[in-house]
Design a protein around this ligand. Structure first.
Ligand code: HEC
Ligand code: HEC
Length: 315
């Protein structure tokens, strides 16, 4: 067949095919559509919600930061800066155990907390902002995503979900030693002044701030030295993964002590830990139900505090 005929014939065949498809669609569509079961539609809507939740978690500032498209309720950091690999990294503050453990009693508030309340805790403290309306699409999406991570986790993943504090030292964590180690191992990315590295083009932190006005506030989990030390030991310098960690226990505790000795935003904490005997060993604000000082509760040594706590429980 001459080449010049092939193209028009193809075009004609396509036109016929598309016309038949459209007619068939109009004729039979109304009968077929209900057959696409409702569960499939719900599944699809749920998948979309989960995907939106993941997006919110990774690109929090785009939606909810200081220039957020949906609301301006947080400090510009992303949830994913602290919940690594979007909350799917063992020991990296993952969400593997969240679906199976919430709602749960938390001594910080002295109440049984829903996962929505826990998420808003991170907005108010780790993101130094305000919580989302629990009924909002954004909250539903975050919950859907976080639950999807937990629902697909194995028992072993759930076991290793949360941050594990490094082995305790026999001395207080040292801000001075931490300052030096921070300079050598962290400041290249997070800056000499903990200020991080911001990219104005993408309106995002390349390396998030770890102290100062744009960082988590003094009510956040990381303001407890054991949680910060456990997190950085397992994950930092960025690229380190648990099993191939790059910090010694000493370095992890000392650097965490140094970071948390630097200034950061403060929130009102009067309602936290209504039962003071339930304050964690490393909660840096009194009053306490034991005789250790605020300084000791902040930097350690923690073994004596834990031993005293255990002795009290046994009595
Ligand atoms: C500055 C770091 C930081 C940021 C940013 C952050 N979080 Fe967290 N988040 C934490 C820490 C620390 C914990 C407590 C971990 C622990 O107790 O072992 C936590 C705990 C949680 C938990 C409870 C997990 C569980 O299974 O107990 C949820 C849910 C959560 N965060 C959601 C979020 C969401 C959603 C965002 C973003 C809006 C966010 N976090 C931002 C540090 C952060
Ligand atoms: C190569 C660059 C790099 C180095 C070096 C590095 N970090 Fe990070 N750090 C990052 C990045 C990037 C993130 C955010 C991770 C993400 O969003 O997935 C981060 C997140 C963090 C966070 C949680 C988020 C926040 O801002 O509070 C802390 C805390 C932290 N780093 C501490 C440290 C410490 C301590 C060291 C030194 C031991 C260190 N980092 C070394 C790049 C780095």
């Amino acid at each position: 067949m001459p080449r010049c005929l092939i193209v028009p014939i193809r075009l004609m065949l396509w036109t016929v095919f598309i016309t038949i498809s459209v007619i068939a669609g109009i004729a039979f569509g109304p009968f077929l559509l209900p057959l696409i079961s409702d569960t499939r539609k719900t599944d699809m809507a749920n998948q979309q919600l989960i995907a939106y939740g993941k997006e919110l978690l990774i690109n929090t500032p785009y939606f909810l930061g200081p220039n957020g498209r949906i609301a301006k309720i947080s400090n510009g950091m992303s949830c994913g800066n602290c919940h690594l690999d979007a909350g799917t990294r063992s020991f990296g503050n993952s969400f593997f155990a969240t679906a199976s453990t919430y709602p749960k009693y938390r001594a910080r508030s002295g109440t049984v907390e829903t996962v929505e309340k826990r998420i808003n805790d991170c907005f108010e403290r780790s993101l130094n902002g305000q919580g989302l309306d629990p009924g909002s699409k954004e909250m539903k999406a975050l919950v859907a995503y976080i639950h999807s991570v937990g629902n697909s986790a194995t028992p072993e993943m759930r076991e290793n979900a949360l941050i594990k504090p490094p082995e305790f030292l026999d001395r207080p964590a040292s801000k001075e030693a931490g300052k030096l180690a921070y300079k050598n191992k962290c400041s290249g990315c997070h800056g000499e002044n903990g200020q991080g590295l911001f990219d104005t083009n993408s309106d995002k932190w390349v390396n998030p701030p770890i102290w100062g006005e744009n960082s988590y506030n003094n009510g956040a989990g990381f303001y407890r030295v054991s949680l910060l030390a456990g997190f950085i030991k397992a994950t930092m310098p960025f690229g380190a993964v648990n099993g191939a960690t790059q910090l010694s226990n000493e370095e992890a505790w000392d650097i965490a002590a140094y970071i948390n000795s630097m200034p950061r935003p403060e929130m009102q904490l009067n309602d936290d830990w209504p039962e003071i005997s339930q304050k964690p060993f490393d909660y840096p604000y009194g009053p306490y139900s034991d005789n250790f000082t605020q300084e000791e509760h902040k930097y350690g040594p923690f073994k004596p505090i834990l031993q005293a706590q255990q002795a009290r429980v046994k009595k």
